[in-house]
Write a protein that binds this ligand. Structure first.
Ligand SMILES: CC(C)(COP(=O)(O)OP(=O)(O)OC[C@H]1O[C@@H](n2cnc3c(N)ncnc32)[C@H](O)[C@@H]1OP(=O)(O)O)[C@@H](O)C(=O)NCCC(=O)NCCS
Length: 154
């Protein structure tokens, strides 16, 4: 079983996660790996938004999820967001992604968030099973995406 922790002040962990993000979502934002690392450096041990949660197996990072104030340049009115949910391919389909999302939702509830948002290109069914509801569909970064929301209890 994995352990889920706040982003540690550890250059190796941050560099690893920044590289995952660059490879997975680099085409969407045009940000460099160095810019991603600089953003993560603002989130070390953060318990307020923005915050990043990291899943570790035997001390090695295998996945992460973030809570951000803003995640789509086209929707500044929506906040905050569950963003950058990622699990290493060889660790998928054993519940780590769902548990990262569950922990992120618990953090949002702790912070008094009433509605959380996300967008996804192709994982809407994964989030729907966790209670997320489709809100809008549009094109973003040249591909069709679904914007979803999750109402939270206070
Ligand atoms: C999306 C992602 C984070 C899911 O991570 P994961 O750790 O595989 O997530 P889970 O294991 O909780 O669930 C994935 C699937 O495995 C299934 N599953 C969970 N435990 C399982 C088990 N023990 N045995 C078999 N299947 C299982 C889940 O039901 C789920 O099915 P679904 O894909 O049909 O919804 C991962 O695929 C990923 O990183 N993808 C690339 C980045 C990405 O697209 N991120 C989402 C951006 S919105």
């Amino acid at each position: 079983m994995e352990e889920i922790a706040y982003l540690p002040n550890d250059a190796l962990v941050v560099g690893t996660i920044a590289e995952w993000h660059q490879q997975t979502w680099g085409y969407l934002t045009g940000r460099s790996t160095a810019e991603r690392i600089a953003e993560f450096e603002e989130q070390f041990e953060s318990r307020r938004i923005p915050l990043t949660l990291v899943a570790f197996v035997e001390g090695r990072p295998v996945g992460n999820a973030s809570l951000l104030q803003s995640d789509m340049t086209t929707h500044p009115e929506l906040t905050p967001w569950l963003a950058s949910v990622f699990v290493l391919p060889h660790c998928r389909r054993r519940g780590i992604g769902a548990r990262l999302c569950g922990r992120a939702v618990a953090e949002a509830e702790r912070l008094g968030v009433t509605t959380l948002y996300l967008f996804t290109a192709d994982r809407a069914p994964f989030y729907r099973r966790m209670g997320w509801v489709e809100m809008l569909r549009e094109h973003y970064g040249g591909e069709p995406v679904t914007i979803m929301q999750l109402p939270l209890s206070r």
